[in-house]
Write a protein that binds this ligand. Structure first.
Ligand SMILES: Cc1cc2nc3c(=O)[nH]c(=O)nc-3n(C[C@H](O)[C@H](O)[C@H](O)COP(=O)(O)OP(=O)(O)OC[C@H]3O[C@@H](n4cnc5c(N)ncnc54)[C@H](O)[C@@H]3O)c2cc1C
Length: 453
């Protein structure tokens, strides 16, 4: 198979049937899309949220990422300091809603910081209730496959449903597809990882029938595996031929009895190559190999890890979890140095205290920011070309290692919050996204509780 046709741009005069006309159209219902849609609708804009699956949550739910990372500061003595929250605003609203509904555990220790495991079913329900309460119209089982252009600006999208193709007209478009699908269809520039090489995907699963107390006695309080686990994995490789490509793994007890969330796999191609999950052949290979690897790790845990003797795979995420694909080329770029130096800036709209957590190879590379955070500028969400369009979520403009930090859920909620605010301001003041200043978005997000100043 040769190259695929990427762009799909129809002229503004297209006669495709019109499904709807809205102020703000949010494409993708992951953490960023949910926050963007809720924010735009709550601020009075007619908002439509399109999602290709039949539920909200994106990689957090369909990919079972399973925890909110990026909420708390890291510390050289996290046990003494306890979880200290650094990110507020929309993220905090959602976190409080999950607490209210009983869908999260207490914060759990993760290396030098904390994270919060959640129930994916509860996440779906909370998000759906919140967006509907704000007045968002939801459209599930609908994929965005193209854009409608008038001169330099985008005036709508082309959707594909079981009924066929249609168009949706919108004053503002928010690309929250994670993969930057709108940007791609529109032919706007993007980059991809480290010269095309992206972080490895993982398939996450739930292990049930676990004696969690015995497990924790062996494992300890830290959800990151102790070194002795890597030693056991190496032994299992040699003694019994286990295929365990990842030696450092994350495991979280959930709020269900006897259950662990297992972030342990590392998926690459049959021949060891880095898979490009935007290519359907590679994506298929990733899903196929991921399921096999889940069985291998589950077998290892049952045989080698105390507390897991009676364990079994309860269920798998419904898709292989994809950490990284396209990053837009934005008017600002978050650099690796910005992260390493914990750079703050007046046009920063989101705080990030999360470490660089780069999944590539046997042990993910970690670089911690202690008692500190950096800020992501508004311009990292705004494409260099094209009017009426902004992104939200992990497809923002960032260098490879920087993205390995700023892509987590607490930040994605706040990118959505910022994009929703920007869409509203852009309509209200009749200015393009590129004409808005990060400082104004920051001030407005502060008014909505983001506590950036
Ligand atoms: C294996 C793995 C483990 C992770 N672990 C954690 C963790 O423990 N804690 C944490 O905070 N973060 C974690 N993350 C990161 C986190 O899940 C993601 O960064 C976050 O979900 C990204 O949010 P998003 O809204 O940008 O994109 P996504 O979550 O990818 O959402 C995009 C949404 O758009 C929809 N969509 C895509 N294309 C189209 C289209 N063309 N038309 C219509 N809809 C479309 C998708 O179905 C999806 O719902 C993990 C990620 C992975 C992959």
């Amino acid at each position: 198979m040769g190259e695929y046709q990427g762009t799909f741009i129809l002229p503004d005069t297209t006669e495709l049937p019109v499904y709807d006309e809205v102020d703000v159209l949010v494409c993708g219902g992951g953490p960023a899309g949910v926050a963007a849609a809720e924010t735009a609708a709550r601020r009075g804009r007619k908002t439509l949220l399109i999602e290709r699956y039949g539920f909200l949550g994106g990689a957090a739910v369909a990919g079972y990422s399973g925890t909110i990372c990026g909420l708390f500061y890291a510390s050289d003595d996290p046990v003494k300091d306890g979880p200290q929250q650094a990110v507020f605003g929309w993220t905090d609203r959602f976190y409080r809603e999950l607490i209210r509904r009983g869908h999260v555990t207490e914060p759990q220790l993760y290396g030098k910081t904390y994270l919060v495991p959640f129930d994916p079913q509860g996440w779906k329900e909370a998000a759906e209730d919140m967006v509907l309460a704000a007045g968002v119209k939801l459209l599930y089982h609908t994929s965005v496959v193209g854009v409608i252009r008038k001169e330099d600006a985008f005036t709508g999208v082309v959707i594909d449903t079981k009924k066929g193709f249609a168009q949706i007209r919108a004053r503002k478009l928010i690309d929250a597809t994670g993969d930057g699908d709108l940007i791609y269809r529109a032919g706007l520039p993007y980059t991809m990882g480290d010269n095309g090489s992206i972080q490895n995907p993982s398939m996450i699963f739930r292990l049930s029938g676990v004696d969690v107390r015995a497990f924790k006695e062996f494992w300890g309080e830290d959800t990151i595996s102790p070194d002795k686990v890597a030693d056991l994995m190496k032994r299992a490789r040699v003694e019994k031929g286990y295929e365990l490509p990842r030696l450092k793994v994350w495991i979280y007890p959930t709020n269900r009895p006897g259950e662990l969330f297992m972030n342990v796999t590392l998926i690459s191609g049959e021949d060891g190559r880095n898979l490009n999950v935007l290519d359907p052949d590679d994506h298929t290979e990733a899903e196929r190999r991921a399921r096999k690897q889940v069985r291998e790790y589950a077998r290892f845990f049952k045989e080698y890890i105390p507390g897991c003797e009676e364990s079994f795979v309860n269920d798998l995420s419904c898709e292989v979890g994809v950490r990284q694909t396209r990053s837009i080329v934005g008017i600002e770029r978050l650099t690796n140095q910005d992260v390493a130096e914990a750079r703050k800036r007046p046009d920063g709209i989101v705080r990030c205290p999360w470490p660089i957590e780069l999944h590539n190879g046997e042990k993910p590379y970690m670089h911690w920011l202690l008692h500190d955070y950096y800020e992501i500028p508004y311009g990292a969400l705004v494409p260099v070309e094209g009017g009426n369009i902004i992104t939200a979520g992990r497809n923002l403009c960032a260098e490879h290692q920087a993205l390995a930090s700023c892509r987590v859920t607490a930040q994605c909620f706040e990118y959505g919050h910022g994009a929703g605010v920007a869409a509203d301001l852009s309509i209200g003041t009749n200015r393009d996204f590129r004409q808005l200043a990060g400082e104004e978005i920051r001030a407005e997000m502060d008014r909505e509780g983001s506590k950036l100043d």
